[in-house]
Design a protein around this ligand. Structure first.
Ligand code: SAT
Ligand code: MN
Length: 579
C-alpha cells in the first residue's frame, strides 16, 4: 500500500463509499498488465487482433452511447460561481459532492477497485505533478499505463512530495442520464461517473492535466495548455521548439509527427507532445515546456502513410484500438486505411449492406510515445524544452490567412482569445459549426476565461524573453470547397517562416491584424500554387476582419467586469486600424 496517510485514508473512504470486492494497488509492471488483458479478453471488453500483422494490439468496442467527451455533463465546482466563469458549467462544491457520492454509493459492488498512482511529466522533473486515479475499469488501467508514467515510481514520488490530485472514477452503468464529470479545483480533486471514454475516464488527461492543472498553474505562475510541442531541426542541426494550440481533431497529432516532404530535405520534426503542454518560466525568462503525457490517444480515421506516416507505423504494434472496424483477417480498419476491407463495424455488427462509417469518426488509438519514430530525445528531459514560438490555429474556411504573427505578447493573447474553429467529432454535438475556442481551451480551462487571459497577460510583467506568437490556418477553401494550401508535410514551410521570424531572419509586411509573410519570405518553391491563390492565402479582407473583430469584441464583452481591460484595448486598437 502506501506510507502516505492522506492517500491511505482517501482510498479507504472511497472503498467504503463504493464497496468493491477487492482493492488493487497498481504497480504498472508487465505481469500486472498481462493479467488485466487476460481478464478483459475473458469478459469480452477486449478482442485480440491479428498477432502476426498487429502484434500486441487489441480492440475495445465501447458502449454505443459513450464515444466522446460530454461537455454538457462536465462541471467545475468552485465556491464562487464566477470563479468557474461563463466558459464552464458550474455547480456548488457541496452539491457536486452530494450528487456524485449518491452515484458512487455501492457502485463497485462485485467489482475490483484499482488504485492508479501516476505522474504527469518526466518522473524526476520539478515541472511534473502527480495524481492518483481510483477506478473500477481495467480498460482505464491499461490506457493509463500507456498515457502516463504509472505505478510504483509515481507512488514513490507521491510519498516524497506529499501532494497529489485525487480522481475517483466509475463506469457505473454507462447510462448517459447518470453521467457526470466533476472537478473541484480548490481541492485538486475530480469525480467522474458513468463513462469509460478517454477524456471522461482517463483522468490524468483532460481532467487533471488541463482543467485542474490550469487552475493550479494560475496559482503557481505557470501555464497548462492544450498544445502540441514539436522540435524543428534545421539541416545545420539547430533545433527550435514550437508549442501549438488547435481545437481537438484539427490535425494536432499529424503536425506534431510531421514527416518533411522531399522538397524540405534535411529538415526534421521531433515530437515532444501531441496534446498537452505545461509551460514554466525559467530563470532566463524563457518558457520551458514539458509534455505531461507518455502516450498518444489519437483519432484513428484518416491515419495513413500519406497523412501521418509515423502514427501509421507506430500503431502497427502495442496499440489499444477503441471503436474501429475490423477485417476478416482480424486486423483493425478505419476510413482512410490504405489496406483491407472492413467486415465488422465499430458497433460489432457485420457490415454487409450497412450504411455509415465502419469506424466511429472519433475512434482512437492508445499507444506509447516510445513507439513514435520521431519521439524527441528531449521529451524526457526534466528541464523541459525552451519554446521559441507559440502558435494558435483553427479550422477556418475563410477570413484567417495561412499565417500571421502577433505584434506583441499582449496582442498574441488577443489572437489566442479570439480563436475560432469549425467543430469536429471529438465532442458530442453538431459538426462543422464555427465556435469560439480561445487557446483551444474552451472545454478544458478549469476557471473563468477572463482570469485566465489576465494570467496569460501577466506573464509579460515577469519576462522580456517570452516566445513570439503566431496564428495559422491550414484549412482555407475556395467557393468550390477546394483547399487552397496543400497542408500536411508542406506545413513545414510555414513553420520555417515562423522560426525565421523568431531569429529575425524572415521578412514580413505589417497589416492591422499582425505581420504576414512577404511573398518571397515563404518558401513555395516546387508547390503548385498560382499567384492568385498565394495572394489570397497571404492577405486579409478588411471587411471580413472588421466583422471578425467585432464578433471577438462581443464575445469578450460576454465576460463582463472581469475581462482584463488590456485585452479589450488590443481588440479596439485593431478594429480602429481596420476602419
Ligand atoms: O476526447 S479526448 O479528450 O479524450 C482527446 C482529445 O479530444 O484530445
Ligand atoms: Mn486534445
Amino acid at each position: 500500500m502506501t506510507s502516505n496517510t492522506s492517500l491511505k485514508q482517501w482510498v479507504e473512504e472511497c472503498a467504503k463509499l463504493t464497496q468493491p470486492n477487492s482493492v488493487h494497488w497498481c504497480t504498472g509492471n508487465e505481469a500486472e498488465n498481462n493479467e488485466l488483458v487476460e481478464l478483459m479478453l475473458k469478459d469480452g471488453s477486449l478482442t485480440k487482433l491479428n498477432e502476426k500483422t498487429f502484434p500486441n494490439c487489441y480492440l475495445h468496442l465501447s458502449d454505443q452511447q459513450d464515444v466522446a467527451r460530454v461537455e454538457h455533463l462536465t462541471f467545475i465546482c468552485t465556491s464562487a460561481e464566477d470563479d468557474a466563469g461563463p466558459n464552464n458549467h458550474w455547480m456548488d462544491p457541496g452539491a457536486g459532492h452530494e450528487k456524485m457520492d449518491g452515484l458512487f454509493d455501492g457502485c463497485m459492488k462485485g467489482r475490483t477497485m484499482y488504485v492508479i498512482p501516476y505522474c504527469m511529466g518526466p518522473i524526476d522533473s520539478p515541472l511534473a505533478r502527480c495524481g492518483v486515479e481510483i477506478t473500477d475499469s481495467p480498460y482505464v488501467v491499461a490506457n493509463m499505463r500507456i498515457m502516463t508514467r504509472m505505478g510504483s515510481d509515481a507512488l514513490a514520488r507521491i510519498e516524497r512530495d506529499g501532494t497529489f490530485v485525487r480522481g475517483l472514477h466509475s463506469t457505473g452503468e454507462l447510462d448517459p442520464d447518470r453521467r457526470f464529470i466533476m472537478h473541484f479545483p480548490e481541492e485538486l480533486s475530480i469525480k467522474s461517473f458513468g463513462s469509460g471514454y478517454g477524456g471522461n475516464a482517463l483522468l490524468g488527461k483532460k481532467c487533471h492535466a488541463l482543467r485542474i492543472a490550469s487552475y493550479q498553474a494560475r496559482q503557481e505562475g505557470w501555464l497548462a495548455e492544450h498544445m502540441l510541442i514539436l522540435g524543428l531541426e534545421s539541416p545545420q542541426g539547430e533545433t527550435h521548439y514550437i508549442a501549438a494550440a488547435f481545437p481537438s481533431a484539427c490535425g494536432k497529432t499529424n503536425l506534431a509527427m510531421m514527416v518533411p516532404p522531399e522538397s524540405q530535405a534535411g529538415w526534421k520534426i521531433w515530437t515532444v507532445g501531441d496534446d498537452i503542454a505545461w509551460l514554466h518560466m525559467g530563470d532566463d525568462g524563457k518558457l520551458y515546456a514539458i509534455n505531461p503525457e507518455a502516450g498518444y490517444f489519437g483519432v484513428v480515421p484518416g491515419t495513413s502513410p500519406k497523412t501521418n506516416p509515423h502514427a501509421f507505423n507506430m500503431i502497427q504494434k502495442d496499440t489499444i484500438f477503441t471503436n474501429v472496424a475490423k477485417t476478416d483477417s482480424n486486423e483493425p480498419w478505419w476510413e482512410g486505411c490504405p489496406d483491407g476491407t472492413a467486415t465488422q463495424n465499430w458497433k460489432g455488427d457485420s457490415i454487409n449492406g450497412k450504411r455509415g462509417p465502419a469506424a466511429h469518426p472519433n475512434s482512437r488509438f492508445t499507444v506509447s510515445a516510445k513507439n513514435n519514430p520521431a519521439y524527441s530525445p528531449m521529451a524526457d528531459d526534466p528541464r523541459g524544452v525552451p519554446i521559441s514560438a507559440i502558435v494558435f490555429g483553427g479550422r477556418r474556411r475563410e477570413t484567417a490567412p495561412l499565417v500571421y504573427e502577433a505584434k506583441s505578447w499582449e496582442h498574441g493573447v488577443l489572437v489566442g482569445a479570439g480563436m475560432a474553429s469549425e467543430t469536429t467529432a471529438a465532442a458530442t454535438g453538431a459538426v462543422g459549426v464555427v465556435r469560439r475556442d480561445p487557446m483551444a481551451m474552451k472545454p478544458f480551462c478549469g476557471y473563468n476565461f477572463a482570469d485566465y487571459w489576465g494570467h496569460w497577460l501577466s506573464m509579460s510583467d515577469r519576462s522580456n524573453a517570452l516566445p513570439k506568437m503566431f496564428h495559422v490556418n491550414w484549412f482555407r477553401q475556395d467557393s468550390d470547397d477546394n483547399f487552397l494550401w496543400p497542408g500536411f508535410g508542406e506545413n513545414l514551410r510555414v513553420l520555417r517562416w515562423i522560426i525565421g521570424r523568431c531569429k529575425n531572419e524572415a521578412d514580413a509586411v505589417e497589416t492591422p491584424i499582425g505581420f504576414l509573410p512577404t511573398k518571397d519570405s515563404l518558401d513555395t518553391e516546387g508547390l503548385d500554387i498560382s499567384p492568385d491563390v498565394l495572394d489570397e492565402l497571404l492577405s486579409i479582407d478588411a471587411g471580413q476582419w472588421r466583422d471578425e473583430m467585432s464578433a471577438i469584441g462581443e464575445y469578450l464583452d460576454s465576460y463582463g467586469e472581469r475581462l482584463p481591460a488590456e485585452l479589450k484595448e488590443q481588440q479596439q486598437a485593431i478594429s480602429a486600424l481596420l476602419k
